[in-house]
Design a protein around this ligand. Sequence first.
Ligand SMILES: [Zn+2]
Length: 398
Amino acid sequence: MINFSWKIKSISKKSKARTGIIQTPHGNISTPAFIFCATKAALKSVNTFQAKEAGTQIILSNTYHLMLQPGSKLIADHGGLHNFMNWKGPLLTDSGGFQIFSLGHGSVAEEIKGNRNNSKKKKSLIKIDEEGALFKSYIDGSNYFLTPEKSIEIQRELGADIILVFDECTPFNVDKKYTATSMQRSHRWAQRSLNSFNNKNSFLPSFGSSGKQKIYGIIQGGIYEDLREESIEYNLNNIDVFGIAIGGSLGSTKEQMYKVVNFVGNKLDVHHPVHLLGIGDPKDIWNLVKSGIDTFDCVSPTRLARHGSALIRSKEGKININNSKYKKNTNPIDINCSCNTCRNYSLSYLHHLFKTNEIIGFNLLSLHNIFFMNNLMQIIRRAIEVDQLDEEEMNWYI
Ligand SMILES: [Zn+2]
């Protein structure tokens, strides 16, 4: 039976950057890799075959959304999430914690943009205590109580290859004392998640043995280096996890985020693949692979596409297809891009689709952005293998 493994292929002599392979029962992931978000078991406007054709290696879905709708039992009846959405490749689910707390406190992206406190979104988190988190469904207003055990049970039913321990996503606008208390509770929740994960009675007959899933721990500690250090110690020495994710608050500026990720990355080892939660800006990826990050995820490629933004290799990073200067432009988004959209459609046509709200426009722009991110990661992997990351980053911007 094909199982799981993590192998490092090459390590830079100039930084912590490395290439590797995560082997899963649904295929291999060459790292560094980008994980695309199929939040509610769907990549927005792109089907799983198109995603695969655009070079996608792995996608993720969110436990929080799927537990509310359609419910994990229904998905388990399909034999799991792979079958439900017909994605044959590697798949990851988060624990649900991130969404509960980001909807409760405001999101990491809002935080980095500095507008978490201005969020007009209705807060859904009702109560958090040692046992778990009580929150209100955004669909029908009913109350849900999510615990580490419940999160693992749901993630078992969803059946993704890689699953995450249940944690609290601590907001940045709290003091160090709250961050420390929250981190320690998340550590206890991680242990409970693992106990549940390792409990043979929790296995679903349809998913067979424990070899079908692996679990990642999550490093907490916010912007405080001593807390991050404590959480690294905990994750590396006290619990047995396949991979490590860097979670919690990364600060309120990009500089702070680089500092936190660099601090944590420098202290991690080669024995676990490292995932950075919620970061997808190409500039950040060029920078953060040097801290030893192996996988990234973000909703940005498809979200940007829905707003008419196509990713390009410039310092600005994107163009807006709605701009009238593209009205008569017969070139593709990028003459050097070999995605289906760039090989077959002009800027002028894409501009027209967005101006007339034709929904195929979302699909064509999303396909370009997905291909773009996969191509970026491939270029980064090659650059690490020849240890020319800085040089290739310069070449990237044309
Ligand atoms: Zn393209």
